[in-house]
Design a protein around this ligand. Structure first.
Ligand code: 4AD
Ligand code: MG
Length: 461
């Protein structure tokens, strides 16, 4: 018999029909003559209940039908007598594909802590919470592509292994095939000549620089791939490996960039509301009663736009005691960003025109010589969700900044070439995919919105 997914079966009104489902047992309740088995196959958060009249079967027929086991159940679809489900299966046969020993299967009961589940990341997709998160992660990735495709953007695959240190001096993971016991050192320097690529290489921290090259030919592009940062920050907002979406658009200036970022975020959140209602309802009930309202609020309200300088003024005079002092010229901490968003404006905020010293070399310089056309989008509960800017398209100004920062012109020759040959105003940004997932799922820790998190001292699964 053809297998039917539980998602489709729960919608069916074809009572009396013969059906076959396959999935994992979430729970089993026995009484004298009947067993109720709840099965989930990952297609939807809800389980289907199989009702098994035990006298119809041999004595230990059901002994391996235990929480965690994988089963195939055939039977008749009937209208449910019990509360909480519309249909159930009156089972005629049960086959066990894989047993799960109740003595050792770690997910016996409900209500494990998220911390515990991180230690069994290989099994946590079997919980309601992680099923919901992983389905939503898929929905958001799909919506990212749908948004850009509908606007005519070209998806460009930028390299994961890079010879350029785009912006994260000292934050990069090295890539090498050298024998670590025999590193060739000459005059205190490693000689990479005989390494795989014949030069020093790392895992990329961002696809932007390559993305810009493509935008200078295709006009509107985006990247969506893994990025890597070896910053040793053990926070609930940082991963060593995370996914980033980076659009780059020729002829866009800072205002266009802000409009694109705001439209994009609203589109994604709206998509979640419209397409993930079951999972959202579950997460709202279990973790954050205000989650759905928070998502609606973002879709329905304009983001506040103000300059870094204005933001600093507000923070300096707000009377709130911060752990880190705010002064013009210093980078804002997450506590400052969240104060602006959660306490002062109570709305998402786009901060622009940051001091050039705290931003990357490629950002377009403002006429005052002090600030650059940067923009960070700050979200409630998250802080920075997007970072981006208009880019410096002027060759002389860009090269002056590269020299000022002591960066290597020689290594960036290909990037600088775009400013020599047919340069154009352009702008882009990066959305941290897991920061978005934190927001739409209402989860509090970034380790819980990626299947297998990579953080300092943690790369087990
Ligand atoms: O602000 P960032 O560093 O910007 C860039 O990488 C630019 N090249 C983007 C561009 O203009 N094309 O990073 C962008 C976003 C941040 O706003 C944040 O959401 C996320 O990436 N992010 C992280 N997410 C998880 N873990 C980390 N360690 C992250 N670092 C940045
Ligand atoms: Mg940033």
């Amino acid at each position: 018999m053809q297998r039917i997914k539980i998602k489709d079966l729960l919608k069916s009104t074809n009572y009396g029909s013969k059906v076959c489902i396959k999935g994992w047992v979430r729970s089993k309740r026995d009484s004298k003559t009947v067993a109720f088995v709840a099965i989930n196959d990952g297609s939807i958060i809800h389980n289907i209940q199989a009702v098994i009249d035990t006298p119809n079967f041999e004595e230990d027929y059901l002994k391996d039908v235990q929480t965690g086991a994988c089963v195939k159940i055939e039977g008749t679809l009937v209208q449910s007598q019990g509360k909480g489900q519309s249909v159930e299966i009156q089972a005629s046969s049960v086959e066990v594909y894989g047993k799960a020993d109740p003595e050792t299967f770690p997910l016996q009961k409900k209500g494990h802590s998220l911390e515990f589940l991180r230690e069994i990341a290989h099994l946590r997709p079997r919980t309601n919470t992680f099923g919901a998160i992983l389905r939503m992660r898929h929905a958001m990735a799909f919506a990212v592509h749908q948004f850009f495709n509908s606007k005519g953007f070209v998806y460009v695959h930028t390299p994961i292994i890079t010879g350029a240190d785009c912006e994260g001096a000292g934050e990069m993971f090295r890539v090498t095939t050298m024998d670590l016991k025999k590193i060739p050192i000459e005059n205190g320097q490693v000689n990479f000549e005989n390494d795989f690529f014949g030069k020093e290489t790392s895992l990329t921290v961002s696809g932007q620089l390559n993305g810009e090259l493509a935008a200078m030919a295709l006009g509107e592009i985006y990247t969506f791939g893994p990025t890597f940062r070896a910053e040793n920050s053990n926070t609930s907002r940082h991963l060593a490996e995370f996914w980033m979406i980076e659009p780059e658009v020729a002829f866009n200036e800072l205002d266009d960039n802000m409009n694109l970022a705001e439209d994009f975020l609203k589109y994604l959140v709206k998509y979640a509301l419209e397409n993930c209602s079951d999972d959202l309802e579950f997460l709202t009930n279990l973790y954050d009663k205000e989650l759905i309202n928070k998502l609606k609020f973002v879709v329905e309200n304009d983001f506040i736009r103000l300059t870094y300088t204005e933001g600093v003024e507000i923070l300096k005079h707000c009377g709130h005691k911060f752990e880190y002092k705010v002064d013009w010229g210093t980078d804002l901490q997450s506590e400052h960003e969240r104060y602006l968003v959660e306490k002062h404006f109570k709305k998402p905020v786009i901060l622009t025109n940051y001091p050039k010293e705290i931003k990357a070399f490629y950002m377009k310089q403002d006429a005052d010589g002090k600030t650059v056309r940067a923009m960070d989008v700050l979200f409630p509960g998250i802080g920075e969700i997007i970072g981006g800017s208009q880019r410096e398209e002027n060759y002389e100004k860009l090269i002056a900044r590269v020299r000022e920062l002591g960066m290597s012109e020689k290594e960036l020759w290909w990037y600088l070439d775009t400013r020599k040959f047919g340069t154009a105003p352009h702008a882009g940004f990066g959305l941290g995919f897991e920061r978005l997932m934190l927001f739409v799922t209402g989860m509090g820790n970034i380790r819980d919105v990626i299947p297998f998190p990579r953080t300092p001292k943690n790369a087990e699964f």
